[in-house]
Design a protein around this ligand. Structure first.
Ligand SMILES: C[S@@+](CC[C@H](N)C(=O)[O-])C[C@H]1O[C@@H](n2cnc3c(N)ncnc32)[C@H](O)[C@@H]1O
Length: 244
């Protein structure tokens, strides 16, 4: 199945509306569930992404699909001048704004409603753009990646963190069991939304594999497109630059 046809609720509404609705539904429990379901591993993955950016010392960062702001908060370690986080779910943004305020980071990080595929910031505006667990939810992946490319400065860096479907047979068996039974079960207990965590599994399976996604980035115009598999292939970091 093509990734853009996998939607949370299988209704007539566009994928982006269904995704925003789903994240609004689970926003209050998202951080808790994230920590339980990933056993905290996701924090280490974001740290790796931040380390990749260290060398470039980005001053202006865009965190796309920021959700409750964790990636933006992790990027504040780079001491940039500004971080802007955008997301289509007001529920997630509300939780994020509260966290950022409590961490006294509101002079550096600001969050606003915006769709990766259509948001308008001027061309060549950001030194770095990061996306954590967001690209899988884009309605039109190519359109989204093109828009991010447009907003990057020449030489600017894109860093994408996303789940992937493992290849090793043993890891795959464990992964299938975990994502087919454990994740939806815990998701159902802790969130009001019974579909959200089944959608997670389905959308990961339907998403382009590591090589396909890297090729797509190159086709769109990113150079030095590459990936690093994480935790036995259950996630990956994709990197690419806008040519100078
Ligand atoms: C799994 S959460 C990830 C949040 C955060 N980046 C993190 O690392 O925890 C995915 C987020 O992507 C957002 N999203 C999905 N499609 C989007 C789009 N086209 N533009 C902006 N945000 C989008 C959702 O609303 C949701 O908050």
């Amino acid at each position: 199945m093509k990734h853009d046809t996998v939607t949370p609720y299988n209704t007539q509404h566009e994928k982006k509306e269904q995704v925003a609705q789903m994240f609004n539904n689970i926003a209050g429990r998202y951080d808790l569930l994230n920590s339980i379901l990933s056993l905290g591993i996701h924090k280490g993955w974001r740290k790796k992404c931040v380390n990749i950016l260290q060398e470039k010392q980005p001053k202006k960062i865009l965190d796309v699909a920021t959700g409750t702001g964790d990636f933006a908060i992790a990027c504040s370690k780079l001491k940039p001048e500004t971080i802007i986080g955008i997301d289509i779910s007001d529920g997630m943004l509300k939780v994020g704004r509260e966290k950022i305020k409590n961490l006294n980071l509101d002079s550096v990080i600001s969050l606003k409603n915006g769709n990766a595929e259509t948001i308008f910031f001027p061309d060549s505006n950001f030194d770095a753009i990061v996306v954590g667990f967001g690209v899988r939810n884009f309605q039109d992946l190519k359109k989204g990646l093109r828009n991010l490319h447009r907003m990057l400065k020449p030489g600017g860096q894109l860093v994408v963190l996303e789940f992937s479907y493992p290849r090793n047979a043993i890891v795959k068996a464990f992964y299938n069991f975990y994502f087919s039974y454990i994740t939806p079960f815990i998701g159902r207990i802790f969130s009001k939304d019974t579909r959200a965590y089944s959608y997670l599994t389905e959308s990961v399976k339907a998403f382009p594999d590591n090589e396909k996604f890297t090729t797509l980035m190159s086709e769109i115009g990113y150079v030095n497109s590459n990936f690093t598999a994480l935790s036995m292939g259950i996630a990956a970091i994709y990197t690419g630059e806008k040519p100078k």
